[in-house]
Design a protein around this ligand. Structure first.
Ligand SMILES: NC(=O)c1ccc[n+]([C@@H]2O[C@H](COP(=O)([O-])OP(=O)(O)OC[C@H]3O[C@@H](n4cnc5c(N)ncnc54)[C@H](OP(=O)(O)O)[C@@H]3O)[C@@H](O)[C@H]2O)c1
Length: 228
């Protein structure tokens, strides 16, 4: 398949598995995260292009997008905003300005700015597909996760608006809402949660929906989870 993709949060977890699946389908992928060692091993394993960028810095999303375009030789057909984190469980009384800024920068601002960059190329092409990875916390908020929930709910709000703006230009947009997945996202191992490769398969499959179909919202959970 003669397509290109930019995947964030690709050094570990769900994003890493997304890169493997896309590369296996012949898509040229630019993979990014911060861990250069993990990115290098992914590059060797899949043949993807890869470079490290810290999305917490405001100027980085534009730089990353430009670097991906140069490396791929063209604008990406698929943008997968997957990078995200939750630093720790924090009661509201413990939240600091630094906590808020850091979560906002990675979980929301970077994704929004990358969408903006990608839309500028996708609009004249009248094609493309953007995926924003949120969480089931958008539908079911939990105590002690208020900052993470707030940033993922904001990403959801942005994505719904983008779906409407992009549709008139023939561009597909999907908001993804995974439940618990057994990655390094949390310190604790959760073998009862989804395997990252399973979550990645659900996400990648939306890119291969029939041409006349767009998946607007994709929610999925491990069978162990009852937060619905
Ligand atoms: N695991 C779950 O249960 C779960 C559930 C719902 C939603 N999600 C969402 O799914 C997405 C993927 O999560 P995951 O479980 O695969 O997490 P993960 O294993 O912790 O991987 C997170 C990825 O995000 C990257 N990242 C974090 N901060 C970054 C920064 N400042 N700059 C650039 N990259 C950064 C990491 O890169 P480095 O390691 O190289 O820094 C890593 O590649 C996230 O958006 C998460 O919120 C996860």
């Amino acid at each position: 398949m003669n397509k290109t993709a930019l995947v964030t949060g690709a050094s570990r977890g769900i994003g890493r598995e997304i890169v493997k699946l896309l590369s296996g389908r012949g898509i040229r992928v630019f993979a990014t995260g911060r861990d250069t060692g993990q990115l290098e091993s992914l590059r060797k394993e899949t043949g993807c292009l890869a470079a490290a960028f810290d999305l917490a810095q405001a100027e980085v999303p534009a730089k990353l997008y430009a670097a991906a375009k140069v490396a791929l030789g063209t604008a990406p057909d698929f943008l997968i905003n997957n990078a995200g984190f939750n630093r720790r469980k924090m009661p509201v009384t413990d939240i600091t300005a630094a906590d808020l800024d850091e979560h906002y920068a990675v979980n929301l601002r970077a994704a929004v700015l990358l969408c903006s960059e990608a839309m500028r190329d996708m609009i004249p092409r009248r094609s493309g597909h953007i995926i924003n990875v949120a969480s089931t916390v958008v539908w079911h908020q939990a105590e002690n996760y208020s900052v993470y929930c707030a940033t993922k709910c904001a990403l959801h709000g942005f994505t719904v608006s983008l779906i409407k703006e992009a549709r008139v230009h023939g561009i597909k947009v999907t908001g993804v809402y995974p439940g618990g997945t057994d990655t390094t996202f949390r310190a604790l191992e959760r073998p009862d949660y989804m395997r990252p490769e399973s979550a990645a398969r659900m996400i990648v499959d939306t890119l291969f929906a029939p041409d006349d179909v767009v998946v607007h919202q994709l929610t999925f959970r491990p069978m162990a989870e009852t937060n619905f």
